[in-house]
Design a protein around this ligand. Structure first.
Ligand SMILES: NC(=O)C1=CN([C@@H]2O[C@H](COP(=O)(O)OP(=O)(O)OC[C@H]3O[C@@H](n4cnc5c(N)ncnc54)[C@H](OP(=O)(O)O)[C@@H]3O)[C@@H](O)[C@H]2O)C=CC1
Ligand SMILES: CC(=O)[C@H](N)C(=O)O
Length: 263
């Protein structure tokens, strides 16, 4: 495809943050490829966006934890030269102590939150770098940083998304291709249903709307932020955190153990 249209691929587009990304990116002039399992919901959203904006909207009904189904999305990302943005948003949550967790459920969560995001990014990057433009948005979570007793697997997956994104930012430092990590706090979506946590137990002032999260994330992207935390009042707090991490680096690999470990 060598048309002049520009396409955004949004995973987890049938609800929540993904549906909000789809609307906003169509408003910004992108044609869309919407990915999720529920074809009927995707088609309803696609019809709404086509009618409202006139953009071309394709849907791909795929379970991103299924090898055959994710390969359809990977193929589209590899071959569609109009793709300029991939929003890796599809994800789930599980908030139970590991000791009482189901290993298969943890594995499924890792497959969705980590493996599928990695595979889709791997599929899209060669084309973006060859064309010299494009963006990958990886939806992480505030729980990548705010680590809780019930979030061993979930926080682990979202820390992966943050670290993966930061490593890619270094890999692509000389490239015009941008990788942004987005770390929302609690958002009012269906994510919480069956997650093991009750959104209703949170004070209202902790909970952001999906539209506000996406508007903040896109504003952060426009401002050149590589890590966007929609609720964080001062970006300098994130920068201080990162700077503190960097101060460890010169001493993270040395020949001699630290004095406190020597008798
Ligand atoms: N809600 C919150 O408080 C927060 C959410 N996040 C992150 O934001 C992202 C979006 O979550 P949110 O919008 O809240 O959640 P929702 O539950 O509202 O939406 C999740 C989306 O992912 C899709 N999805 C789920 N499983 C699969 C699968 N196996 N294959 C393909 N698509 C799938 C769902 O569609 P379908 O069922 O049709 O497949 C749906 O479109 C997630 O990565 C989440 O971790 C981060 C911080 C806070
Ligand atoms: C940060 C949150 O509260 C949220 N549970 C999430 O899914 O990451």
């Amino acid at each position: 495809m060598t048309t002049q249209n520009k396409t955004a691929v949004v995973t987890g587009a049938s609800a929540g943050l993904g549906a909000a990304y789809a609307q906003r990116l169509a408003d910004r002039g992108y044609d869309l490829v919407l990915v999720a399992r529920n074809a009927a919901r995707l088609e309803t959203l696609a019809a709404d966006i086509r009618g409202r904006t006139g953009r071309a909207v394709d849907i791909v009904a795929a379970d991103l934890t299924d090898a055959a189904q994710i390969s359809v999305v990977e193929e589209r990302l590899r071959t569609d030269e109009s793709v300029e943005i991939l929003v890796n948003n599809a994800g789930g949550g599980l908030f139970t102590p590991l000791a009482v967790s189901d290993a298969a459920a943890s594995e499924a969560l890792i497959n969705l939150n980590v493996t599928s995001l990695t595979r889709l990014t791997t599929a899209v990057l060669p084309g973006l770098t060859a064309r010299g433009r494009g963006t990958v948005v990886n939806v992480s979570s505030a729980l990548a940083l705010n680590i809780l007793p019930v979030s061993a697997v979930y926080s682990g997956t979202k820390s992966y998304v943050l670290t993966f994104s930061q490593a890619l930012q270094q890999e692509l430092a000389e490239s015009p291709v941008v990788v942004q990590a987005v770390l929302p706090g609690a958002v009012r979506t269906e994510f919480w249903d069956g997650s093991g946590a009750d959104l209703g137990a949170f004070p209202d002032e902790w909970i952001m709307s999906a539209d506000d999260v996406v508007d903040a994330a896109l504003a952060g992207l426009d401002a050149g932020e590589l890590v966007t935390i929609p609720s964080l009042p001062q970006i300098s707090d994130w920068e201080s955190f990162e700077k503190a991490r960097q101060t460890l680096v010169p001493n993270l690999s040395l020949k001699a153990p630290a004095d406190r470990y020597r008798g």
